[in-house]
Design a protein around this ligand. Structure first.
Ligand code: NAD
Ligand code: ZN
Length: 381
């Protein structure tokens, strides 16, 4: 029902439901509850498919994390707001955020981190969702993956995890700032703090790695060595500023050795954008002793990693980056403006445009390495 221009009540809409790990997603009609206090119901217009969706479905496979609606790289329009929401109105363009920014907790108050104590990303890495959800399907509770669930025509998100963006932003492009591009770009700028004139290595040239290449370039790096086992990615990496390309499969010695020789002792900064503990070690060992910094961006929480302590004793720094180190609500609207001002590229990441109903094809394209980003149109604008 409608009250003063706002629609309340349950919405029935289409969503791609992940009923269980490793199975294709199923297009279903789901029920989306009205937003409660401090919540916002969003019509999702476009969503990217990120490797973290595949990680949960095929790699993490935590049974308590299903059934769920995947997708966390979306953009849309506010449909209705719950009580006490004062800063959003129906019709606002928004990006749902997979890490919140409540502004109140000790982490939000510290300039040193973008973690927020509220929301799933504080401590629920196994299941990658809150236990609470606004979705049901066929009488069953369906979890909201990463608090966002953008593979649905409608979703409900707490206002601490929604960014209001410029009204002229094209949603089918800026959705990529909801995860992949912000993550890689910020990992280079905010976490690695790449310096002008430096030599960088980026491992993995999906959207996250390519965005890291773009971050290195915008930070003024002189050499950007792009590393991937799939050589079809090199052309794109050039577009974002990579200066050299290395395929680990072309060498019969460790990739860290190859980079050591190419750079007279190792790179200043390396970024791991694959999600493999073996590659994480290679990325660390590719850094120069004394001051090399290696950043973990790839997502995995299944295996321990290993390295020789002397690597760190000799002066290397090993650190990780969540969402590129951006405080989410503050950072995303700024990134959208930087895109509109042409300081940040987005269009070049999009290799496929499809519909939500084709989500399994998009997942397949990422599995086989035949895309950078597929953007799915979800609800009509
Ligand atoms: P993607 O699948 O599009 O790209 C991964 C790339 O790595 C591919 O091009 C693949 O060929 C390459 N690769 C695989 N094995 C390799 C190896 N041994 N050496 C070099 N390259 C190799 O994935 P994406 O969407 O760009 O995501 C990349 C990673 O970032 C994933 O692990 C994802 O879960 C993670 N991620 C992390 C965050 C975060 O906040 N830290 C956010 C988003 C995504
Ligand atoms: Zn992601």
């Amino acid at each position: 029902f409608w009250v003063s221009g706002k629609m309340y009540g349950v919405i029935k809409c289409r969503a791609a439901v992940a009923w269980e790990p490793s199975k294709p997603l199923v297009m279903e009609e789901i029920e989306v509850a009205p937003p409660q206090a401090h919540e916002i119901r969003i019509k999702i217009v476009a969503t990217g498919v990120c490797h973290t969706d595949l990680y949960h479905l095929f790699e993490g496979k935590h049974k308590d994390g299903f059934p769920c609606v995947l997708g966390h790289e979306g953009a849309g329009i506010v449909e209705s707001v719950g009580s006490e929401v004062t800063k959003f109105n129906p019709g606002d363009k928004v990006i749902p955020l997979f890490i919140s920014q409540c502004g109140q907790c000790r982490f939000c108050k510290s300039p040193k981190t973008n973690l927020c104590e509220k929301g799933w990303a504080s401590d629920r890495y196994d299941v990658m969702s809150e236990s609470d959800t606004r979705f049901t399907c066929k009488g069953k509770k369906v979890l909201q993956f990463m608090g966002t669930s953008t593979f649905s025509e409608y979703t409900v998100v707490n206002e601490i995890a929604v960014a209001k963006i410029h009204p002229s932003a094209p949603l089918d492009k800026v959705c990529l700032l909801g995860c992949g591009v912000a993550t890689g770009y910020g990992a280079a700028l905010n976490t690695a703090k790449v310096e002008p004139g430096s030599t960088c290595a980026v491992f993995g040239l999906g959207a996250v790695g390519l965005a890291a290449v773009m971050g290195c370039k915008n930070a003024g790096a002189k050499r950007i060595i792009a590393i991937d086992i799939n050589p079809t990615k090199y052309e794109k990496a050039k577009v974002f500023g990579a200066t050299e390309f290395v395929n680990p499969k072309d060498h019969n010695k460790p990739i860290s050795q190859v980079l050591y020789e190419m750079t007279n002792g190792g790179v200043d900064f390396s970024l791991e954008c694959v999600g493999s503990v073996a590659v994480m070690r290679s990325a660390l060992e590719s850094c120069v002793k004394g001051w090399g910094v290696s950043v973990l961006v790839g997502w995995t929480d299944m295996d321990d990693f290993a390295a020789r302590p002397i690597q760190l004793i000799a002066g290397r720094t090993w650190k990780g980056s969540l969402f590129g180190g951006f405080k989410s609500k503050d950072g995303v609207p700024k990134l959208v403006n930087e895109y509109l001002e042409k300081k940040v590229k987005l269009d070049e990441f999009v290799t496929h445009n499809m519909t939500l109903a084709q989500v399994n094809d998009a997942i397949q394209l990422m599995k086989t390495g035949d895309c950078i980003r597929s953007v799915l149109s979800v609800a009509l604008q």
